[in-house]
Design a protein around this ligand. Structure first.
Ligand code: NAD
Length: 496
């Protein structure tokens, strides 16, 4: 692949491309065929420590944190431009690293461009506010300051997209950052750091550390010089990070998993609901935090819906993400494939029925890839692990419901609360249900749309805080109240 020629294999710390302190490396595997496509430095605790200290030094220097917001936003706009200029190579690197279809990767790059543009537009708009003071002869203003040094830890499913949600608000607000991508999908994050270096940021403002979560990520979540840890990933890792950050009372923002219900009423357009259920369940082989992996369908149309869904699921074309015909790629890794396959046994043991898929495909051309057949599981109920736990693969469960209140009760019966869908032609009913769902995002007659203008995040154990939207910017600032007595006089409380 031509785009790998010249790509740095190293980390970017304090304005320099550096190898791991112990010289260790990691092979990057193409999930389509298990070929080693690249080798990168495998960072260490020492590297993470250096990056955090470089970020702290740059933040305190004020070179970026006290730069005008206009200049900061212009630089972030330049990143957006660079994403478009390098769209093809970035999309190809993303497909190579994750196995997702090239079409999806191109769509990711458009979204990433929009994220940088949105925050570049938003960044200069909040100069704080003046509030009315209740004390005579005084003035009060609230200013927003950058929160400081932020560490940013991202997952493997949307490597560059998730990075953009964190890098853009951090930079426009004046923070210094240390980014750690998932160790198995670092390629596009390395490339964007090269592009950001070309654009030019003061030394130490942007740092990239590669390596394992338990090593590098642990330093990034527990270092006393860190002011905010922004993490996207699994629920168990999120809980661990929260505990590590607690030692220093460090701010956290957590975007965790989901087991997202997709409620289909008996008055829904069934063809549309089936089509959107496919999108919800099998996009990126179901490796989407907001995947509609839990279908809850009205009992009167359940049989019809199941048969129409299974019919289309069986036609999903698996293959190489670079092949235009491919509709679904592999899952990310051997370990993840084993986890997904194990859930099929869990479901069978719980008495559910594997109505489509449920195994590795038999096609000879897919034998070296981490492929799993798109799967539909029926005869499910809420008590089952297969209905409650995030599989993060192309596996969808189906439950039935009798009426609106049961649909709401089932959908909310989860530790998660990231997103959900409602399909019905009755707008009033759709809005009633949406109001009752304990989720950060609810889609009505659609599944998956999200954009930079609207906040993204979870209720319950799906996370803490919001990314994107105005709320996404708020994570990166801290408010300060500055009070001025404009006619000071002694108060004479003591030693009169
Ligand atoms: P993961 O939790 O295994 O890893 C995520 C990141 O955390 C990686 O960079 C990893 O190296 C790092 N990490 C691992 N252990 C760590 C530790 N002890 N300390 C610090 N960092 C550590 O998750 P994953 O498997 O890469 O991603 C899949 C998960 O991400 C799914 O649960 C999915 O729902 C979630 N996700 C959520 C959103 C969202 O917006 N809510 C978006 C994408 C993915």
């Amino acid at each position: 692949m031509e785009y790998l020629d010249g790509l740095s294999s190293r980390q970017y710390i304090n304005g320099e491309w550096v190898e791991a302190s112990n010289g260790e490396t990691r092979d990057i595997i193409n999930p389509y065929n298990q070929e080693v496509v690249f080798t990168v430095s495998e960072g260490t605790k020492e590297d993470a420590e250096k990056a955090v200290l470089a970020a702290r030094q740059s933040f305190e220097s004020g070179e970026w944190s006290k730069e005008t917001s206009e200049n900061r936003c212009n630089k972030v706009r330049a990143i957006a431009d660079a994403i478009l200029t390098h769209k093809e190579e970035l999309a190809k690197l993303e497909t190579l690293d994750t196995g997702k279809t090239l079409e999806e990767s191109y769509a990711d790059m458009d979204d990433i461009h929009n994220v940088f543009m949105y925050f570049a537009g938003l960044g200069g708009n909040d100069g704080g506010e003046v509030v009315e003071s209740p004390i005579p002869n005084s003035e009060s203003k609230i200013v927003k300051e950058p929160v400081g040094v932020v560490t940013q830890i991202t997952p493997w499913n949307y490597p560059l997209l998730q990075a953009s949600w964190k890098i853009a608000p951090a930079l426009v607000t004046g923070c210094s950052l240390v980014m750690k991508p998932s160790e198995i999908t670092p390629l596009t994050t390395i490339r964007i750091f090269e592009l950001m270096e070309e654009i030019g940021f003061p030394q130490g403002v942007i740092n990239l550390v590669l390596g394992k979560g338990a090593e590098v990520g642990d330093v990034l979540s527990s270092h006393p010089e860190v002011d905010l840890v922004s993490f996207t990933g699994g629920i168990q890792t999120g809980k661990h990070i929260m505990k590590r950050a607690a030692d220093n009372v460090t701010n956290i923002a957590l975007e965790l998993g989901g087991k997202n219900p997709n409620i289909i009423f008996d008055d829904a357009d069934i063809e549309l609901a089936v089509d959107q259920a496919l999108n919800g369940g099998y996009f990126h082989a179901g490796q989407v935090c907001s995947a509609g992996s839990r279908i809850i369908v009205h009992n009167d149309i359940k049989a019809q819906f199941e048969s129409a869904l299974i019919d289309r699921v069986n036609k999903i074309k698996l293959g190489n993400g670079f092949d235009q015909e491919t509709e679904m790629g592999p899952v990310i890794s051997k370990e993840h494939l084993a986890k997904v396959a194990n859930y099929i046994d869990v479901a069978k043991n719980e008495g559910a029925t594997i109505a489509a898929g449920g195994k590795k495909p038999e096609r000879a051309d897919l034998k070296d890839g981490f492929f799993f057949e798109p799967t539909v599981i029926t005869d499910c109920d809420t008590s089952m692990r297969i209905v409650q736990e995030e599989v993060f693969g192309p596996v969808v469960t189906i439950e039935g419901f009798a009426d609106e209140s049961e649909a709401i009760q089932l959908a909310n019966d989860s530790i998660y609360g990231l997103a959900g869908g409602v399909f019905t032609k009755d707008v009033a009913k759709a809005n009633r249900v949406a109001n009752e769902l304990k989720m950060g995002t609810v889609w009505i007659n659609d599944f998956h749309p999200y954009f930079a203008q609207a906040p993204w995040g979870g209720y319950k154990q799906s996370g803490i805080g919001r990314e994107l939207g105005k709320e996404g910017l708020e994570e990166y600032v801290i408010s300060k109240h500055i009070y001025t007595n404009i006619n000071p006089e002694p108060v004479n409380w003591f030693s009169k």
